[in-house]
Design a protein around this ligand. Structure first.
Ligand SMILES: Cc1cc2nc3c(=O)[nH]c(=O)nc-3n(C[C@H](O)[C@H](O)[C@H](O)COP(=O)(O)O)c2cc1C
Length: 253
């Protein structure tokens, strides 16, 4: 192994980079407007209202201790569809906004460094009750699901982009998180990238626990073909790129 290279990569995990940054020169401190809290969309795009917390009727009661105790990576799913109510719950648990948006701060159900929340959530829906197959995106500010596009042979393409790991092909829904790094760089400059990676862990852990609560299972996936997944999502791969995904389906247990 190239020791120098290893050292460089380890450096990314350290907070030493803070000493090298002139924080007076961040865009935030230069009074550049904060970037949008969610990726903009066309006004005429199809948006589906999601069920809000408090309106869920068929969601199993959450026993937090049991959910934590039973959490495991689940890679085998039944053919049961996920309902819109269940999808609403999972989206809220992973990226939902709690309370009012205050300026450039939209506090959510997960923590994020500086409340910057640099992620977008895409869903590849293969088996959603009453929902067409396709790629969708969560709109946390209005708690809606945006229909992005449909695509032929979506299950097959999804399996291909994760180096033929088969589970997303059998899942009802696959969560795919992209990063829009500038949202974090605006405040933290070069210290942004480590905290983006830390933030992703919180999101996926909430998905694991929320799945346990509704008799579903998930399995984090970080092994994917970067260019192919970005292409599949029709994103530019530069200012927005995929960083993590997790297929979800009902489990037999
Ligand atoms: C960052 C990260 C990346 C992972 N990537 C994959 C993956 O690409 N494929 C896979 O089958 N499991 C993946 N996993 C799941 C791990 O293999 C799993 O968490 C580990 O074996 C421990 O099992 P448990 O989650 O059931 O406790 C990943 C987990 C994490 C946290």
């Amino acid at each position: 192994m190239d020791e120098h290279l290893i050292e460089q990569y380890r450096y990314f995990l350290k907070d030493s980079i803070r000493k090298e940054i002139d924080f007076s020169q961040t865009d935030q401190n230069k009074s550049v407007d904060a970037p949008p809290l969610e990726k903009p969309y066309r006004a005429d795009a199809l948006r589906i209202d999601l069920a809000k917390p408090g309106t869920w009727k068929d969601i199993a009661g959450l026993d937090l201790v049991a959910a934590i105790g039973h959490r495991e990576s689940r890679r085998a799913y039944t053919q049961e569809a996920l309902t819109l109510e269940e999808i609403s719950f999972l989206l809220w648990a992973t990226q939902g906004v709690r309370g009012e948006v205050v300026g450039s701060h939209a506090y959510r159900t997960v923590p994020s460094a500086g409340c910057r929340h640099a992620f977008e959530t895409y869903l590849v829906i293969l088996n959603g009750k009453g929902l067409d197959q396709g790629v969708y995106r969560y709109l946390p500010l209005t708690h809606q699901l945006l229909f992005e596009f449909s695509e032929d042979r979506l299950a097959r393409k999804l399996v291909d982009v994760v180096f033929r790991q088969p589970y997303p092909g059998n899942a009802a829904v696959t969560f795919i998180w992209t990063a829009i790094p500038y949202r974090m760089e605006w405040r933290y400059h070069l210290a942004a990238h480590k905290v983006i990676a830390l933030d992703a862990g919180h999101v996926c852990q909430n998905l694991y626990l929320a799945c346990e609560a509704i008799g579903a299972g998930t399995c984090a996936i970080a092994a994917y073909d970067q260019e192919a997944l970005d292409r599949l999502l029709r994103i530019d791969g530069k200012d927005e790129f995929a960083i993590y995904l997790s297929p979800v389906g009902k489990v037999r247990d």
